[in-house]
Design a protein around this ligand. Structure first.
Ligand code: HEC
Length: 145
């Protein structure tokens, strides 16, 4: 009788120990980073690299892909139309012969040059800072047609 009680008590104790153990390990293991090692889980957010730690030459600079030149129409509609569409600040209007004729006489190269530097209320590059000279030229040809 006494012996049976001891067995029962031991079983209860084991059950308790085992039960609480799984209970706590379940608590600890919640989360989606189960697959991480302990070291990974407790590592600091940032990492410090000292000169020479990493081979910087191995890091490739983002390659500027040879972007296809945008059309004169594309440049005009994104960068120039705001002023040249309606003649804001006295800008020569799109396709307006009277506005453009005296300017065209000076030649396209001169117009491109002025468009690059800007003049009076005409901002440098017509505010299109990533426009190539050729794209500006195309935009001018488009709006002087
Ligand atoms: C903020 C308004 C504005 C924007 C944007 C603008 N322009 Fe102009 N542009 C002007 C004004 C104003 C003039 C007239 C300047 C003058 O003769 O006093 C002008 C004049 C010009 C001229 C004639 C310059 C000359 O020598 O007579 C060209 C060419 C020109 N713009 C090209 C462009 C192109 C190309 C774009 C777009 C990439 C552009 N502009 C965007 C305001 C603008």
């Amino acid at each position: 009788m006494h012996f049976k009680h001891s067995i029962a008590a031991i079983i209860v104790i084991f059950a308790l120990i085992f039960g609480t153990k799984t209970f706590f390990s379940d608590l600890i293991h919640v989360g989606s980073d189960d697959h991480l090692t302990l070291a990974e889980r407790i590592q600091p957010f940032g990492q410090v690299y000292l000169e020479g730690d990493i081979d910087v030459t191995a890091i490739k600079a983002p390659v500027k892909t040879a972007t296809k030149a945008r059309s004169g129409e594309q440049i005009y509609t994104t960068a120039c139309t705001s002023c040249h569409g309606t003649g804001v600040l006295g800008a020569p209007k799109f396709g307006n012969k009277t506005d453009w004729a005296p300017r065209i006489k000076r030649g396209i190269d001169d117009l491109v040059k002025v468009a690059i530097t800007g003049v009076r209320s005409m901002p440098p590059r017509g505010t299109c800072m990533d426009c190539s000279d050729d794209e500006l030229k195309a935009a001018i040809e488009y709006m002087t047609k």
